[in-house]
Design a protein around this ligand. Sequence first.
Ligand SMILES: Cc1cc2nc3c(=O)[nH]c(=O)nc-3n(C[C@H](O)[C@H](O)[C@H](O)COP(=O)(O)O)c2cc1C
Length: 201
Amino acid sequence: MTAKHPKHAAPGHSILPVIAERWSPYAFEPRPVERAKLLACLEAARWAASSYNEQPWTFILAERTDAAAFAKALDCLVEGNQAWAKNVGVLLLTVVSRTFVKNGKPNAACEHDVGLAAGNMVLQATALGLQGHQMIGIVAAKVRAAYQVPDGHDPLTAIALGYPAAVVAGTTDPLAQRDLAPRGRKPLTEIVLSTWGRPAL
Ligand SMILES: Cc1cc2nc3c(=O)[nH]c(=O)nc-3n(C[C@H](O)[C@H](O)[C@H](O)COP(=O)(O)O)c2cc1C
């Protein structure tokens, strides 16, 4: 990681370097992720905060070192995501548990908490020289059938982990162009309010 990478954020205020250096590539080197790095990413997800410590997440793991398992997971992505995710080192399919184990009541925070775990995971990936690319573009029914996901649990997203590949400037490939495009965010004045419609800052 270099501080000058064009995809690194240009934050308006000082933030943790790993947050600035995380981004979602389309071009990945078609090579595996070392087991120790993968375990660290999963461990980071495991230690996410969650409402009532319910930990409503499950991750279905497919590493490219296991061609059959990898192809099975890849097949659960929408075609547009398969096109680039075929090169990644690891595919994870996230599954959310909708109700609390202790009382069966609905867990309104369950998707929020899976997102926190995914956030931890991709930041840990960045810290290890990898990048993650999260996907809502999965075919949930395929995941459910292929992995026998039970009632009360829903396939939610996929997460690709791997080594980003260099993209040559001037390319006409639309995905490569996305990898070269600058990253942007809404300003704080738009997202932090004192009351609806009035910036707090
Ligand atoms: C929950 C979630 C779902 C996403 N789904 C997709 C997806 O299906 N396909 C895709 O190419 N990118 C997907 N993305 C990546 C976003 O497009 C990307 O995070 C966003 O453009 C910001 O870019 P950055 O991550 O490089 O900062 C998803 C990201 C998140 C967090």
